[in-house]
Design a protein around this ligand. Sequence first.
Ligand SMILES: C[S@@+](CC[C@H](N)C(=O)[O-])C[C@H]1O[C@@H](n2cnc3c(N)ncnc32)[C@H](O)[C@@H]1O
Length: 92
Amino acid sequence: MLDERNYFAPFSQENPPRRVLDIATGTGRWAMEIGDEFPQCQIIGTDLSPIQPDLVNPNVKFYIDDACVAPPHPLLLSPVRLPLSVQRTARH
Ligand SMILES: C[S@@+](CC[C@H](N)C(=O)[O-])C[C@H]1O[C@@H](n2cnc3c(N)ncnc32)[C@H](O)[C@@H]1O
């Protein structure tokens, strides 16, 4: 469906995203691939389940968080983290 692409936003090495939030990241594969492609970008992946690997690039962080419960994880409200330039939700 996505034609093997991770995103359709007009990002490139010349125009990289700065911050990415991947809600319901699952295994974190997408977040890690974005982290590999854009090493200067900060990526946060959140999920209910702790099924993400421990060993990841330093620009990728995973947090356990329920997206349906307010308020969201305090780190997601931090001025350091926001505004997020890209948000992604679960495909399903
Ligand atoms: C089908 S997986 C999708 C994983 C990943 N986003 C992808 O596209 O490969 C759905 C994920 O949503 C997570 N999830 C479901 N409800 C959630 C909620 N309320 N808050 C955070 N994560 C949730 C599940 O734990 C699961 O890992």
